[in-house]
Design a protein around this ligand. Structure first.
Ligand SMILES: NC(=O)c1ccc[n+]([C@@H]2O[C@H](COP(=O)([O-])OP(=O)(O)OC[C@H]3O[C@@H](n4cnc5c(N)ncnc54)[C@H](OP(=O)(O)O)[C@@H]3O)[C@@H](O)[C@H]2O)c1
Length: 253
């Protein structure tokens, strides 16, 4: 049985607590956070505390606080024997002020109130000690089918890559929604193409999957699109993406 303490009461803490409390071979021993109101959310899952000087003994401490507070919170764990792991994509493991340190990074976008299937979430593990890496792997594999050893530099790059495929594409969904709204069109009309774009790259590379006027080199269509836009940002983005796509495919045209 692996005993776990979660530090933090935000998005990741809630998702991890929900999943860990149901996983086999895991005892969610305590959730520690500074926000008493948020701590109440965890009351049916584990004992809670708002005192960082009264952290229970555990095999693993998962620090799920905002990136800037990870080092500060890790200082409360300096005398603990268990593994102290943070859940951040960008924070280096060695920033943790403890000897037995690691990273337990779930590569998914977590939003409050969204139920996620942890089995399909890739977990990226890193640890200072080999035995701790094994323990974190065991813990992650109780939640997920995909667990990988990824070092701090690789994790930063993975996080960066995810900004493109998640944050930027989501921003572009918003641009599409605004353009539809200008004409009184429902954003629902675009949802099937969004899903198909995400579905097809499950079985082919994004390079192969690309379609549209920039890939085909249809200059007239692109010019016509630009005349329909009046927002400077949208024009800039349209040109930037079209040029980038054209450059990728121009040798093949
Ligand atoms: N959200 C995601 O999609 C995602 C995915 C992968 C990894 N992560 C990582 O997971 C970690 C937590 O992210 P999140 O999305 O759960 O953030 P969040 O929902 O904003 O929650 C942040 C938590 O940090 C606590 N906190 C902030 N400053 C603190 C301090 N000085 N001392 C103690 N606690 C403090 C907050 O407590 P208060 O309520 O008291 O402010 C809150 O419980 C981050 O390292 C993030 O990079 C997030």
């Amino acid at each position: 049985m692996l005993s776990i303490v979660i530090l933090g009461t935000g998005n990741i803490a809630k998702h991890l607590a929900g999943s860990l409390s149901k996983a086999e071979g895991i005892a969610l021993t305590q959730v520690v956070g500074r926000n008493q109101e948020q701590l109440q959310w965890f009351s049916g899952l584990a004992p809670t505390s708002n005192d960082f000087n009264a952290i229970a003994e555990a095999d693993v401490y998962l620090i799920a606080v905002k990136d800037d507070a990870i080092v500060e919170v890790s200082k409360f764990l300096s005398d603990k024997k268990g593994i102290v792991a943070h859940t951040s994509g960008t924070t280096p493991m060695d920033g943790l002020k403890v000897e037995n340190r690691g990273v337990f990074y779930p590569r998914q976008s977590f939003t409050e109130g969204r139920l996620l299937d942890f089995k399909s979430i890739p977990f990226c593990i890193e640890a200072h000690r080999e035995d701790s890496a094994e323990t974190l792997k065991t813990l992650a594999s109780r939640l997920s089918n995909t667990v990988s050893n990824i070092d701090s530099h690789q994790r930063k790059k993975l996080h960066l890559a995810a900004i493109y495929v998640n944050n930027f594409s989501n921003y572009l969904y918003g641009v599409g929604e605004n353009i539809c709204a200008e004409e009184g069109l429902s954003f629902n009309l675009l949802k099937p193409i969004i899903l198909e774009t995400a579905e097809k790259i499950q079985t082919m590379s994004p390079m192969e999957a690309q379609t549209g006027p920039a890939r085909r080199g249809d200059e007239k269509t692109m010019q016509a699109h630009l005349t329909l836009l009046h927002d400077e940002k949208q024009i800039e983005l349209y040109k930037l993406f079209s040029e980038a796509i054209k450059k990728v495919y121009e040798e093949k045209l």
